[in-house]
Design a protein around this ligand. Structure first.
Ligand code: SIN
Length: 297
């Protein structure tokens, strides 16, 4: 904790907090704040403004209990219930979830355990996806497992004119675990014609407007978007492939190399994220807290 961070009545005023860009198009690191302590209103306003402007916020070297992480999160708004809940400490708060490959007595203690994950947006398969989510690094493998964030405002703003015209006013269908190993394909279901009974899916606008800034963002992703409504399958597949390739350009990305004690928060309204592969024989554990969102428009 830097000496210049001023404490007042148990709150940090954050006089000394600094901002450092993470990548040219996305992300900022805040320095000089201990997120386990409450932020004074003016310090929080600065942090929130940096978050909205940069879409991804990183703070390193934090020591956060589950309660402290929840207390930090709740300053941004109401907590969302996780769609998928898992055991371990996450039993205490419906808004927290362990992301982990750790197995105890042969059973996974968390969610999203192993390997690479394609680009996706959290909860895009429900009517009201979360506004934001944050991960706190607890156990980190020696290499790999980077979380990669991509700026969907910039992806929209740089979309070739023909693509922009093609997606205007259209919706796309998103589904949970579409691209999971085997996925629904294993059940030999033609997802274009029939969505599996009991699957979580929802059609959202392909271009959404950020409720705070009014900026537009692309809102489809390779991991969970199935098809564009009202289009023939081949046309929909071809259009989506072009959009996915465009939105996943490295120029829009920040790849986060994890250290223990990192807290990273992303604006789920205007970013995608993916995960790089990591050694399956090394422990990885992150604690996630999710914030309630609004229906995308
Ligand atoms: C997630 O998609 O929420 C998990 C990302 C990660 O494990 O790095």
């Amino acid at each position: 904790m830097p000496a210049e961070t001023i404490m007042r009545g148990g709150e940090q005023r954050g006089a000394g907090f600094g901002l450092r860009p993470l990548a040219p198009e996305i992300g900022v690191e805040i320095t000089g704040l201990d997120l386990s302590l409450p932020l004074a209103p003016e310090a929080f306003a600065g942090v929130e403004a940096a978050f909205v402007k940069n879409s991804v916020l990183l703070a390193r070297g934090q020591t956060l209990s589950e309660d402290a992480q929840v207390a930090f999160a709740i300053q941004f708004g109401a907590l969302a219930q996780n769609v998928n809940r898992h055991g371990g400490e996450s039993q205490r708060h419906p808004a927290t979830m362990l992301i982990s490959n750790v197995r105890e007595d042969g059973k996974l203690i968390g969610a999203l355990p192993d390997g690479e994950m394609l680009f996706h947006s959290d909860q895009c398969y429900v009517e009201t996806p979360c506004m934001a989510a944050m991960l706190y690094g607890m156990e980190i493998p020696s290499h790999g497992g980077e979380t990669i964030f991509a700026n969907m405002h910039r992806a929209f703003e740089t979309l070739p004119e023909d693509l922009r015209r093609a997606v205007e006013g259209r919706k796309a269908m998103n589904i949970f675990e579409y691209a999971d190993a085997g996925g629904y394909g294993a059940a030999a279901i033609d997802l274009f014609k029939e969505l599996p009974a009991g699957s979580r899916h929802y059609a959202h606008p392909i271009v959404r407007t950020h409720p705070v800034t009014g900026r537009k963002a692309l809102y489809v992703n390779r991991g969970m978007t199935l098809f564009i409504e009202g289009m023939e399958r081949t046309a929909s597949d071809a259009l989506l492939r072009r959009i996915f390739d465009h939105q996943e350009q490295p120029a829009f990305q920040y790849s986060h190399v994890w250290r223990r004690g990192d807290l990273i928060m992303w604006d789920n309204r205007c970013t995608l994220h993916a995960r790089a592969d990591f050694p399956g024989d090394q422990r990885r554990m992150l604690r996630r807290v999710t914030l309630l969102g609004q229906k995308p428009v």
